[in-house]
Design a protein around this ligand. Structure first.
Ligand code: GDP
Ligand code: MN
Length: 380
């Protein structure tokens, strides 16, 4: 789960990180009113759940009330990477001498939380990682010992090259680690962490993601949820007993079992296609699930072919076939479908499907190839 910058800043503050004062505003009028609290430069910042707001024109410096109001007028309602800006954060501006990057992530290679730090802050860290990976310092953290003073200082020293500043920055890194662990975070980033000309350090942007599976014990974080359209769909699917994760491709997949779902996505990739989703309809024999799954798949505008891959064990293929026939009856869609049924009651299922005229195939690889072919036939 993602949260807005203003929420991240509040968490940072709670853990004692240096974050400039700010006020969240939902309208130009609120910005005008909020300006009574500031007597110097401010920054008006779009609050949307994507990075790169600065580049998109969603972060503007303002010297006074007039400028802040005019910035808010431009930013509110603005579209940033497909998201409409509905609120802005007005914050005290700081003088920047240099911008740094400090972040914590779950590193799957080392299987640890890893501290990443770079003197190349402000820009998107993914770009730094791609172009000049040697400029990112990485430190895997032992979960039993945590981030020790000397380790944090060593990393901080590489950034600041000055003992006094490195000590300050090291404490910030350690607090970031503490909040990362205590909030079941998967990403906690300060980008940029800035140094001012008078040698103060400020965290002026915050990005945090959280482990969805831990939210049950993070009520405060859960309350910060602002689900986007894709997340709402995933939650809705979950309530219907389906595991659904939207991806960016164009081939919708309906599969039973998480392992088979992963294998199906791999197979599509292998033959040069792009899966539109992960979708596990689970192990039960409930035709309604197929109807729900089909609805979810075709509500994704990118989907232009569907691959149904069922290996019947507890799931009975004839039930899936019945569900599919019912679904096709209810949902009027001309998106082409290919079906592969195998295992328990596959013959009965295939016999039922014959009447629908849907193409059926024997193997998974045939199904993947056919789905890709169908998806390309759809392109005009
Ligand atoms: P992002 O583009 O979504 O990552 O948004 P940020 O909050 O990181 O802001 C983008 C950039 O705006 C920063 O990297 C800074 O260069 C600049 N910026 C943000 N806040 C301030 C500020 O208080 N003072 C100054 N001088 N620049 C700022
Ligand atoms: Mn940033």
């Amino acid at each position: 789960m993602k949260i807005h910058e203003f929420h991240s800043r509040n968490i940072f503050r709670k853990y004692g990180l240096p974050v400039p004062n700010d006020v969240l505003c939902h309208s130009v009028e609120e910005v005008e009113k909020a300006m009574a609290k500031f007597d110097d430069m401010v920054v008006v910042k779009a609050q949307v759940l994507v990075g790169g707001r600065g580049k998109a024109g969603g972060v503007k410096l303002a010297k006074n009330k007039e400028e802040a109001v005019s910035a808010a007028r431009k930013i509110l309602g603005m579209d940033i990477k497909g998201l409409t800006v509905e609120k802005v954060l007005v914050t005290e501006a700081v003088d920047i001498e240099k911008e740094f990057y400090v972040g914590l992530i779950n590193d799957r290679n080392t299987k640890t939380v890893t501290l990443m730090a770079s003197a190349e802050g402000g820009v998107e860290i993914e770009e730094v990682a791609k172009e000049t990976p040697e400029l990112i310092h990485k430190l895997p953290i032992d979960p039993l010992i945590g981030l020790l003073d000397f380790q944090a200082r060593e990393v901080a020293m590489k950034l600041f090259g000055n003992v006094k500043l490195a000590r300050k920055a090291a404490v910030i890194m350690q607090k970031l680690y503490q909040l990362f662990v205590e909030t079941d975070s998967t990403i906690a980033e300060i980008n940029p962490l800035v140094l001012t000309p008078d040698h103060k350090i400020w965290a002026i942007d915050g990005k945090m993601n959280f482990d969805d599976n831990a939210l049950y014990r993070q009520a405060e974080i859960e309350a910060m949820r602002e689900a986007d359209e894709d997340e709402l769909k995933e939650i809705d699917a979950h309530e219907k007993g389906l595991s659904y994760v939207k991806l960016d491709g164009n081939i919708g997949c309906m599969v039973n079992g998480a392992g088979l779902a992963m294998a199906t996505m791999d197979m599509i990739k292998l033959y040069g296609g792009e899966p539109a989703n992960f979708l596990d309809i689970g192990g039960s024999s409930n035709p309604q699930k197929v109807v729900d799954a089909m609805n979810i798949l075709i509500s994704d505008k990118n989907v232009n072919a569907v691959m149904i891959n069922i290996f019947g064990g507890i799931t009975r293929c004839d039930d899936v076939a019945r569900g599919l026939i019912k679904a096709l009856d209810i949902i009027k869609s001309d998106i082409p479908i290919v079906v592969r049924l195998s295992g328990t009651n596959a013959e009965e299922g295939l016999a039922l499907l014959k009447e629908t005229g849907l193409p059926t195939v024997e193997t998974m690889s045939e199904a993947a190839k056919k789905a890709i072919e169908l998806s390309q036939g759809q392109k005009s």
